[in-house]
Design a protein around this ligand. Sequence first.
Ligand code: GLY
Length: 276
Amino acid sequence: MTGNEIRRKFLDYFEQHGHKVVHSSPVYPPNDPTILFTNAGMNQFKDVFLGNEKRDYKRAASSQKCIRAGGKHNDLDEVGKTARHQTFFEMLGNFSFGDYFKEDAINFAWDFLVNELKLDVNRLWFTVFAGDDEVSADEEAIQLWIKAGAKPERILRFGRKDNFWQMAETGPCGPNSEINYYLGDEPENPEKNRADLVNADEGDTTMEIWNLVFMQYNRVETEKGIYKLEPLPAPSVDTGAGLERMTVVMEGVHSTFETTLLKPIVEFTARLAQRN
Ligand code: GLY
């Protein structure tokens, strides 16, 4: 399945499940001084999560053009060193604005990956928020993954760096649960397909493919440099799946630059530079 087919399949799947398919917003966010570039699909819905704006739908899906080259989510230093980081990418996402929450978000993700894309469950790993002094551990997400079909030993706990998502220093945020995929040659071999490869520095053997954020808080600055979490008007969902990474998985290649999405651009550039 090509990158373009995956994008179509994702948007069609969520449309069939009651989501309004929404266009990508501009990569330069016109009215938000908290970010330089659009860094996630949820940016255009920030005010909807905060309860400051109403739309005529409570579920949405998009393929958002993102730039992560600065600010809170800055991948610039990784580009060219890993097989999975880009400055510009497309983020597939489904969103709930006070409609469904954790259980449906997890069930949709499982159903799409396992039943629609037919990914091998032996290659999947799940992470949940381990808790800290501000927000408790997400034991509920563990139980929901098990109910969906995940093996308990495939569910790992991580701290704030990996499993608590916020778009900027302030704004909507919450604990998140990531789905990781083992790309190696020996999924049945527990010495190769191992827990310690999840969120490892190398990260190209077992790679994050989808992040489910359980949006529950607004992070506000109470005085300079002091922040606190306030509850959102309603628990909500924001997810982000890298289209190019999903395409790596589905096309069986080893780098986002080898996918049908990016390879033609690499080849075109190589021809221009007479390096083909
Ligand atoms: N907003 C979810 C993500 O960027 O991972």
